[in-house]
Ligand binder design. Structure first.
Ligand SMILES: Cc1cc2nc3c(=O)[nH]c(=O)nc-3n(C[C@H](O)[C@H](O)[C@H](O)COP(=O)(O)OP(=O)(O)OC[C@H]3O[C@@H](n4cnc5c(N)ncnc54)[C@H](O)[C@@H]3O)c2cc1C
Length: 609
């Protein structure tokens, strides 16, 4: 058993920031990550980090843009905390050596981004995330923070009190990918989940193969509710053949979208008469798909993104990476021709319910970064807001887990925050198949000591892994593909009731198949077959939660569009969708959105760009 004060699971942007903050608070902290830290998906972030740094900008404006972008589903205390703290976080990483792009006078450059009323996106070329990871990893190494890399965390050690609000988390169980060893990571002060997004629930995604929603599924199964999972961001500019992202930075620099008639459709058809290509992502994605559906798409599939008019010098200075991506993945030279683009899954706005200090309703369990929902992105995240979010709330989660005093949170979590029960007409039974027992929870209520609880969880995990290794069954890839395909076909940008129900039926069948999944590779060294098999159950849990939320929410808000309900319905739906895993099946309920901020109360308005 490995013992520390704070265990941070995941070493992407959120995990690294949390670990540094916990260390600064005086804790003995360790990072446990299935990937080497600098291979985390934060490294793929291209466009930038928003912060109100310019004298003519302000945190209030940034907060307002974020609330409007969220389609008024963000919680004001989270948004205000975020917008106030983002500048100091950006200055902090600058001091740690982040190589930001700069103006002639040496100030950090800031470019316009979708939905922002001021150019406030700082960046390092088109490789912002890569530099961010390296800058923070350097700080982790400098501080001597222990990193257990290529350790895959498979379950949490949480007590099993009936009320999740009474539960405690004492650590996590890890599988050493290099050796096959299974052991416990004991945390005396707290576990911070920073495991990233769940894009692998879809088959056309900008997310890496490792983004399987592990943290969301583990926390959910341990009793921490997941929030607003139906809000999935589809980015408007992904390469059609692979899903690789073409950064919003291209449109920020002046890139233009054209349909097959060479019309600048964002203006031509009135999708966003003011902001055009730089309208919020949900708006641009719907516009592109409408063009395709109305016969003005190219090859019935995509539209063109043209940056040739920006000129070679500017492109090479600010967007060179984009040229390589278009050339390598699509065979297109962005200096000479437009690049094909279409919407693809990109970001999960929902996630593990936390407060402004990163705490879930389970004592000692925290979450930060894309796996968490604080909630500041609400129904739609603005580009460039995820990286500052992981800095602000990663830092707060690490600090709080290590005993730092951040004051009482204003955002309630857990069953006590419920305002009403949910009711949804599901076509099939959701949740676990079989006896309903949940392998994440150990026999917590009765155990003699936290260490013993963790030992029990380790033993349970060893048994599960042995069973998977011994069983000759269905390959995980078959199950995962079934889920990904149905999610992309049926729970995409445009959503219809019958399609979402079809997806839920497919997911149920995938769960049935998963009962018979087996691992053909029996080795203990780098057994990716085993890792992907365990991940696939997380993919199923995430997909199901997204689809249930999508079916329940009968309105059009932000990234969530429903054919039968094409308008935002504040009277009924200004509330967060919550799913709690009770005895192996999801319970749906709602909690109110908080619009009362630090300085003012936000008034929901029509969202136009
Ligand atoms: C292509 C792309 C470009 C983007 N560009 C921008 C941008 O320009 N600006 C912006 O604000 N946002 C951007 N985003 C969004 C943003 O980059 C992500 O939301 C953010 O980086 C996620 O960081 P994270 O630390 O939460 O997760 P990640 O960086 O994905 O890190 C997750 C970590 O968890 C570990 N992990 C996962 N599961 C386990 C497990 N079971 N056990 C152990 N370890 C585990 C992984 O090894 C990894 O270290 C972009 C996203 C994508 C996909």
């Amino acid at each position: 058993m490995y013992k520390h004060d704070v265990i941070v699971v995941g070493a992407g942007g959120a995990g690294l920031r949390a670990a540094i903050a916990a260390h600064e608070e005086g804790a003995d902290v360790a990072l446990v990550s299935k990937l080497h830290p600098v291979r985390s998906h934060t490294g793929a972030a291209e466009g930038g980090i928003n912060a109100a740094l310019h004298p003519e900008d302000s945190w209030e404006l940034h907060a307002y843009d974020t609330m409007k972008g969220s389609d008024y589903l963000g919680d004001a205390p989270a948004i205000d905390t975020f917008a106030k703290q983002a500048p100091e976080e950006v200055i902090q990483i600058e001091h740690w050596g982040m190589p930001f792009s700069r103006e002639e006078d040496g100030t950090v450059s800031q470019r316009p981004f979708g939905g922002m009323s001021h150019p406030r996106t700082t960046y390092a070329g088109a490789e912002t995330g890569h530099h961010l990871l390296h800058t923070m990893y350097e700080q982790v190494v400098k501080r001597g923070i222990e990193v257990y890399e290529e350790w895959y965390v498979t379950r949490l050690a949480v007590t099993d009190h009936d009320n999740p609000g009474d539960r405690e988390c004492y650590g996590a169980v890890g599988y050493d990918i290099k050796t096959g060893e299974i052991d416990g990571f004991y945390a005396s002060d707290g576990v911070v989940l920073a495991t990233g997004g769940n894009g692998q629930a879809f088959d056309h995604t900008t997310n890496a193969i490792a983004n399987t929603g592990d943290g969301q599924a583990m926390a959910y199964r341990a009793g921490a509710p997941v929030e607003d999972m139906e809000f999935v961001q589809f980015h408007p500019t992904t390469l059609p053949s692979t899903g690789v992202l073409i950064s919003e930075g291209v449109r920020g620099e002046g890139g233009i979208l054209y349909n097959s008639d060479e019309e600048r459709f964002m203006f031509e058809y009135g999708y966003a008469n003011n902001d055009g290509e730089l309208a919020s992502r949900d708006v641009v994605s719907r516009a592109e798909l409408t063009e395709v559906n109305e016969g003005r798409g190219i090859n019935d599939e995509y539209v063109d993104l043209d940056m040739r008019h920006l000129g070679e010098e500017r492109i090479l200075d600010r967007l060179e990476n984009i040229l390589h991506l278009a050339e390598d993945f699509e065979g297109v030279d962005g200096l000479d021709e437009p690049m094909p683009v279409k919407p693809g899954q990109h970001y999960q706005m929902g996630g593990i319910e936390v407060d402004e200090n990163g705490q879930t309703c389970i004592d000692g369990l925290y979450a930060a970064g894309e796996c968490a929902c604080v909630s500041m992105h609400g129904a739609n995240r603005l580009g460039g807001n995820a990286l500052p979010e992981l800095l602000v709330f990663g830092s707060r989660a690490g600090q709080h887990a290590a005993g730092g005093d951040l004051g009482e949170p204003e955002i309630p979590t857990g069953p006590g925050a419920q305002s009403e029960d949910g009711d949804v007409d599901l076509p099939v039974e959701p949740g676990t198949i079989g006896d309903g027992s949940d392998p994440v929870l150990a026999d917590g209520g009765a155990v003699a000591s936290p260490e013993q609880l963790l030992e029990t969880a380790v033993e349970n995990e060893r048994e599960r892994v042995e069973t998977l290794l011994e069983r000759d069954g269905v390959n995980h890839a078959e199950v995962r593909e079934r889920v990904q395909k149905t999610m992309t076909e049926n729970v995409n940008v445009f959503r219809e009731e019958s399609n979402i129900k079809e997806a839920l039926r497919d997911i149920r069948e995938a769960r049935e198949q998963y009962q018979h999944v087996g691992v053909s590779d029996s080795s203990r060294t780098y057994n990716t077959d085993l890792i992907h098999t365990i991940e696939t159950r997380h993919v199923i849990d995430n997909a199901e939660a997204i689809a249930i939320g999508a079916l329940a929410r009968e309105e059009f808000r932000g990234a969530h569009w429903r054919q039968q309900y094409q308008e935002r319905r504040d009277e009924e739906w200004l509330k967060h969708t919550m799913l709690a895993w009770n005895d192996g099946s999801p319970k749906l309920y709602y909690k109110p959105v908080i619009l009362e901020g630090h300085e003012k109360t936000y008034e929901p308005k029509v969202r136009s760009y």
